[in-house]
Design a protein around this ligand. Structure first.
Ligand code: PRP
Length: 184
């Protein structure tokens, strides 16, 4: 779905499909350089990261494998609590592997902070993070993120994997959700 198809529910078109594609290509070149000669395991965090994983992985010109995790924050309404439980764990053994976590957005940073500690406890050679979006204003914990697509303002964004109530994930770009959609 194009951003314009959901225009009535959005106040702003933040990042276009073309801008996402161009930025992911730049990140892919950095990742290829940094991981040259190594096997990389891309770990996608469901569900939001599906689009980033699909496009970033196809942009990469190095061999990669992919695995997925699903996690959930306890007691989460709109904000993360930092207490995370695993809904679906990885199939892969991380021992000695170079792991690159692929995320759609880092908001408070609590999910990633927990995930980093969890994956690091499994004996990998390295764990790094690639996120398409980061909200610096919302950060509650500081995380070392190696690859960031775009720094965005602290607004409610949807599209390209990001949802509100499971909707808008299939928008090709990223927009700011109009308050009228969630204030009722
Ligand atoms: C989103 C996003 C991150 C997390 C970031 O997932 O994909 O995993 O929130 O928030 P934080 O930095 O404040 O912890 P969400 O829980 O919305 O699940 P989804 O990917 O299935 O939509």
């Amino acid at each position: 779905m194009e951003l314009s198809d959901a225009q009535e529910d959005l106040t702003e078109l933040l990042i276009s499909e073309e801008e996402i594609r161009a930025r992911l290509a730049e990140l892919a070149r950095e990742i290829e350089r940094d991981y040259a000669g190594d096997d990389v395991l891309l770990v996608g965090v469901l569900k939001g990261a599906v689009m980033v994983m699909a496009d970033l992985s196809r942009e990469l010109r190095i061999p990669v494998t992919m695995d997925w995790m699903a996690v959930s924050s306890y007691g989460s309404g709109t904000a993360s609590s930092g207490v995370v439980r695993i809904l679906k764990d990885l199939d892969a053994d991380l021992t000695g592997r170079r792991v690159l976590i692929v995320e759609d957005i880092i908001d408070s940073g609590l999910t990633l902070s927990w995930l980093l500690a969890n994956l690091n406890s499994r004996g990998p050679a390295s764990v790094e993070i690639c996120t398409l979006l980061r909200k610096p204003d919302a950060a509650r914990v500081s995380i070392d993120v190696k690859y960031v697509g775009f720094e965005i303002p602290n607004k409610f964004v949807v599209g390209y994997g990001l949802d509100y109530d499971e909707r808008y994930r299939n928008l090709r770009g990223i927009g700011v959700l109009a308050p009228k959609v969630y204030e009722h």
